[in-house]
Design a protein around this ligand. Structure first.
Ligand code: HEC
Length: 149
């Protein structure tokens, strides 16, 4: 069995009016962004493990995390994803079930906004309550929309 030649896949995308460089850029841009999401989330969790967590540091990271959660849906433009042989773990379901994907992204946003509000108010208990909600949102979306390694 021969795989669809790369040139044909590229031509199909170009016909669809999608710039291949833009699509490839979206895939690597996404990787960078998700690494930043993970690092920011970890920074919050690490701070919370300290005997006296610095709420200002948590609040600053919570603002960043919330902003990234809001931007997340825009990291998946049409045509980016598991085409072109680009290394990506984004599953086709993202583009096939946009409403479900949007709901998964909104789930994370709700949790990050709760974290932002709680940390800005200096409410440690509410911050701690938001942590597992954020983690669950990451996992839920990955289960449906991210290819496992
Ligand atoms: C709405 C869906 C969604 C949510 C919510 C989500 N992710 Fe992801 N994540 C993905 C998808 C899809 C990929 C694969 C992207 C790709 O390979 O193009 C990914 C990739 C990643 C990666 C791998 C990046 C790399 O090196 O390639 C990390 C790390 C990650 N996510 C962490 C997180 C963390 C931490 C959270 C929660 C704070 C989170 N994600 C929330 C969908 C989501």
């Amino acid at each position: 069995m021969q795989r669809l030649p790369m040139a044909a896949a590229l031509a199909a995308l170009m016909l669809a009016g999608v710039s291949t460089t833009a699509v490839q850029a979206a895939d690597s841009f996404r990787e960078t962004k998700f690494k930043l999401i993970a690092r920011t989330n970890k920074a919050i969790n690490d701070e919370l493990k300290k005997p006296a967590p610095d709420m200002k540091a948590i609040a600053a990271n919570a603002v960043k995390l919330d902003r990234m959660a809001a931007e997340l849906p825009g990291w998946f433009p049409k045509g980016s994803g598991p085409k072109l042989g680009v290394k990506t773990h984004a599953l086709p379901a993202i583009w096939e079930q946009p409403a479900k994907f949007a709901a998964a992204a909104a789930g994370l946003r709700a949790a990050t906004t709760a974290m932002k509000t709680a940390s800005a108010a200096g409410d440690l208990a509410a911050v701690q309550a938001a942590v597992p909600k954020i983690g669950a949102s990451c996992k839920a979306c990955h289960a449906d929309f991210k290819e496992q390694d």
